[in-house]
Write a protein that binds this ligand. Structure first.
Ligand SMILES: O=P(O)(O)OC[C@H]1O[C@](O)(COP(=O)(O)O)[C@@H](O)[C@@H]1O
Ligand SMILES: [Mg+2]
Ligand SMILES: [Mg+2]
Length: 368
């Protein structure tokens, strides 16, 4: 059993207080919000760890209040529970003007009995939830924005439009990963730091300071079962990786797919790699699989803060102006040089021409 009492590692609380000393005018609300989020994540980690023993596996039954979220996806019991834990832990302290989540159709108003604050939080309470029942890592993702000044001044209810801010406006972003260890990875706009939950004392300890993503990689992640729906630039990129040493890249690549974006992002932060869930033609009503406000933007901020890159495939993710709360988008992130290569393929005239060329249309010779 590791000795924790004499550890000289910083706790999350200590880290936040030290960060705040650099901003003497800060009110402390922000730190209290991050600590509330970390407490929510500890609660969710416990529920995930107890699994079947706590009766939290499987789908959320219709007779318990619902089973399908606003995206038309079947909710797991743990999706619903994690959402409630997030709300309950963060709504009370006076740091928030409102919140929004993957699991709620509309923005959530801070109950009248609590003071209201200056921040908005948007979250995916449980990412990768299709993996819960097979005991594979899942996580929570969050993005913190400043509430529009007019909301703070007037104290009015928050509206969807208040959350539609580009990712570059995020004040902080992070995720918790419920894997063999529980980790919290956080950026407050000054690099990325990773904390590991010490179960002996219930504290997140700074174990991975100043994370940096290698600029090059030989590892990519994509759901290859969608290959026949990919656009030409993506198909070209993957084909070149698969050709390995015998192709234009001149090196072999490895492939991974966990189907838990938060776990893929963590692997990429630890050792590099590129993740793609690109826009495709599978369902034209969905311009991508992942959600902009609570998946792509927070993960995008973390990637960029760690020296990686986050993109729609065509433009920097953090520049995208959102149009709706649950908007989906193509998402490519990870090692900088690979993401830039994928963006280049999207911009090269040949790729553009191919996209509009009937030879590359859905039922062409070049599609599977
Ligand atoms: O089922 P697929 O196509 O592999 O998609 C997996 C993707 O869906 C997600 O699970 C979506 O997130 P949610 O579980 O929060 O809906 C991502 O984590 C993951 O990358
Ligand atoms: Mg998700
Ligand atoms: Mg989710």
């Amino acid at each position: 059993m590791p000795m924790t009492l004499r550890s000289n590692r910083s706790t999350l609380t200590q880290f936040l207080i030290e960060e705040r000393r650099r901003f003497p005018s800060a009110s402390g609300d922000f730190n209290s919000l991050i600590l509330d989020v970390s407490l929510a994540c500890k609660g969710i980690a416990k529920a995930v760890a107890f699994g079947e023993l706590a009766g939290v596996m499987g789908n959320h039954a219709a007779d318990e209040g619902g089973s399908v979220n606003v995206q038309g996806e079947t909710q797991k019991k743990l999706d619903v529970l994690s959402n409630e834990v997030f709300m309950q832990r963060t709504e009370w302290s006076g740091s928030l003007a409102g919140m929004a989540s993957e699991e709620m159709d509309a923005p959530y108003q801070i109950p009248k009995q609590y003071p209201r604050g200056n921040y908005l939080i948007v979250f995916d309470p449980l990412d990768g939830s299709s993996n819960i029942d097979v005991n594979v890592s899942v996580g929570s993702i969050f993005s913190i924005l400043r509430a529009p000044q007019e909301v703070i001044d007037s104290g009015r209810d928050v509206l969807e439009a208040d959350f539609l801010q580009p990712g570059c406006k995020q004040v902080a972003a992070g995720y918790a990963l419920y894997g063999p260890t529980t980790m919290l990875v956080l950026t407050v706009g000054d690099g990325v730091n990773g904390f590991t939950l010490d179960p002996n004392i219930g504290e997140f300890m700074l174990t991975h300071p100043k994370l940096r993503i290698p600029e090059d990689t030989q590892e990519f992640a994509i759901n290859a079962s969608n290959a026949r729906f990919w656009e030409v630039p993506v198909k070209r990129y993957v084909d070149e990786c698969l050709a390995g040493k015998t192709g234009v890249r001149g090196k072999d690549f490895n492939m991974r797919w966990i189907a838990s974006m938060v776990a893929e992002a963590h692997r990429i932060l630890m050792r590099g790699g590129v993740f793609m869930y690109p826009r495709d033609t599978k369902d034209l009503s969905k311009p991508g699989r992942l959600r902009l406000l609570y998946e792509a933007n927070p993960m995008g901020m973390i990637m960029e803060q760690a020296g990686g890159r986050a993109s729609t495939g065509e433009m920097p993710m953090l520049q995208v102006k959102p149009t709706s709360l649950h908007q989906r988008i193509g998402f490519v992130f990870g090692s900088k040089n690979e993401v830039e290569r994928i963006e280049r393929y999207h911009h090269e005239p040949t790729a553009k021409a191919e996209l509009t060329n009937p030879l590359f249309a859905e039922r062409s010779l070049f599609r599977d």
